[in-house]
Design a protein around this ligand. Structure first.
Ligand code: BES
Ligand code: MN
Ligand code: ZN
Length: 492
């Protein structure tokens, strides 16, 4: 796996290309190596080739100098606009360029944005996120070309220590995200509910407690909403409960709930073929929970954390749930199902009710819940909703740390009547085409115990990328893993 290490050395080994991060419309940085003659000359060449330091621009230059035979310029855009995200994206584009050129080692000095530790974290994270590829089903895997090491020159021992801690943590955050990506990208018939239970068991080997409920146990408890969704599937559902406990007595207990639909066909309210193409991503919430728990024993946050995920397919098999059916949820409310494709809220209703019974101090759910999310916020900003301003603010702060954008939508009480059912306590869809993401949030809020702080993150628009983004290749993105990790380590 890719390593990012610091070094007190100020000179570049000739076998490693020298990487120069350049801001737009500003010369080379004052670091002696960057202003040495061969680099200045290389910079002039790069500029001649059109390199201006714009964000996303990069240029490899071969020099006649034996000590510095290759220089890579990475554009970061205007200095005044630079954030940690700039650094993440710069590193990701560097790693991709190096892969194309079959470069295995790189040497650089990082521009610091804010403090050294945060910059180091972002840089290492960006590099490893950028290096991600899902190759499991490629018969001619090109993993041989992977970058092995990025060596970062630091100025003294104190900086080395902070930077090394930042690198280590950044790599861990990216590793967890990449783990979630693997689970999402894996074909849906190879990532069934029972496959995810196996993953949970592996995760639980290292100091994490795991309880798995099977179909009979769920029926006995009365998880009618979750079982309803499973009826059309030939594969049994599972419910997982993971627990992480810190070494010292925790002041807080956090519940994380993930939507775990391993494939969403829509059920009898069948999706069109095109919309189904990416529906293996409908377990992205559960993947985030599993990926976070896989890291907790190494990250050691100070709070107790419970992870929950209901796992099932949503299929139109012969026993499938029908529009018009009424389900009795674990929490007690009856639900009229008018669209079997609004299944996420059904399984989450029981997941949230189960989580509430564990008496956590707060609950956060992550779910690919509504296509409407993309209409509201496009493909770069996830939707945040909830009942507690303080919790929502803390999540916004964590999203600021991670660079994964969140925008709050209101849980408007006046819209609640849109979920009134003529035959049951609530129906699972609101008026067509109106505030779909909010309606999903309002529905979920009914299954959270009154007074318990709760936040809902709808990631339906960001969990998958068709084209790839600056930090993710096409496929599952592992959305919210890093934001939630930042959140968990921010708590005392
Ligand atoms: N899993 C989908 C939401 C989704 C859509 C995720 C597109 C990723 C991309 C969810 O189960 C769903 O089908 N929601 C319906 C709700 C509607 C029937 C109220 C939707 O968004 O169409
Ligand atoms: Mn659906
Ligand atoms: Zn779904």
């Amino acid at each position: 796996m890719l390593r990012v290490d610091s070094t007190l050395s100020q000179s570049c080994p000739p076998s490693s290309p020298l990487v120069v991060f350049a801001f737009e419309k500003s010369g080379l940085s004052v670091w002696p190596l960057f202003s040495s003659a061969p680099v200045v000359q290389a910079f002039a060449w790069a500029q001649k080739e059109g390199f201006e330091g714009k964000c996303g621009q990069n240029q490899l230059v071969h020099t006649p100098n034996k000590k510095i035979p290759r220089v890579v310029f990475i554009g970061l855009g205007p200095r005044k606009d630079a954030t940690l995200e700039t650094l993440r994206q710069g590193m990701a584009s560097l790693v991709r360029l190096a892969e194309r050129q079959s470069i295995k080692q790189l040497f650089t000095k990082l521009p610091l944005i804010g403090n050294a530790g945060g910059s180091a974290h972002a840089a290492a994270e960006g590099a490893l996120l950028g290096a991600y590829a899902y190759t499991r089903y490629k018969t001619n895997s090109e993993s041989k070309k992977a970058v092995e090491s990025i060596l970062v020159s630091v100025k003294n021992g104190a900086e080395k220590k902070t930077m090394d801690q930042g690198f280590a943590r950044g790599l861990l955050f990216a590793e967890a995200t990449n783990f979630a990506r693997d689970l999402i990208n894996q074909p849906p018939s190879d990532t069934t509910p029972s496959d995810l239970v196996s993953i949970a068991k592996t995760v639980a080997k290292k100091g994490i407690k795991l309880t798995v409920l099977n179909k009979q146990q769920m029926a006995k408890l009365g998880m009618g909403a979750l079982l309803g969704v499973n009826r059309g599937s030939g594969k049994p559902p599972f419910f997982i409960h993971l627990i992480y406990r810190p070494n010292t007595k925790p002041k807080r207990r956090i519940a994380l709930c993930g939507k775990g639909i391993t494939f969403d066909s829509g059920g009898l309210s069948l999706k069109p073929a095109k919309s189904m193409e990416t529906m293996k991503d409908d377990m992205s919430g559960a993947a985030a929970v599993l990926a976070i728990f896989a890291l907790l024993p190494r990250l050691k946050p100070a709070v107790e954390i419970h992870g929950f995920a209901a796992l099932t397919e949503n299929m139109p098999g012969e026993n499938a749930l029908k529009p018009g059916d009424v389900l009795r949820s674990l929490q007690g409310k009856t639900i009229e199902v008018l669209n079997t494709d609004a299944e996420g809220r059904l399984i989450l209703a029981d997941t949230l009710a189960y989580a509430c019974r564990q008496k956590p101090d707060e609950i956060i759910d992550v779910a690919t819940l509504t296509g409407a999310c993309r209409i509201a916020l496009g493909d770069k900003i996830a939707a945040l909703m909830g009942n507690n301003a303080d919790l929502l603010q803390r999540l916004k702060n964590s999203s600021n740390d991670s660079g994964e954008k969140l925008w709050e939508l209101p849980l408007e009480k006046e819209y609640r009547k849109g979920l009134d059912s003529k035959v049951a306590d609530i129906k699972n869809i609101g008026p067509a085409g109106e505030a779909g993401t909010i309606m999903g949030g309002l529905f979920l809020s009914e299954f959270v115990e009154r007074g318990l702080p709760w936040a809902h993150i709808d990631i339906a628009n960001v969990a998958w990328t068709d084209e790839g983004t600056a930090l993710s290749p096409a496929g599952g993105t592992g959305a919210m893993v890093r934001t939630l990790l930042h959140y968990l380590i921010s708590l005392q």
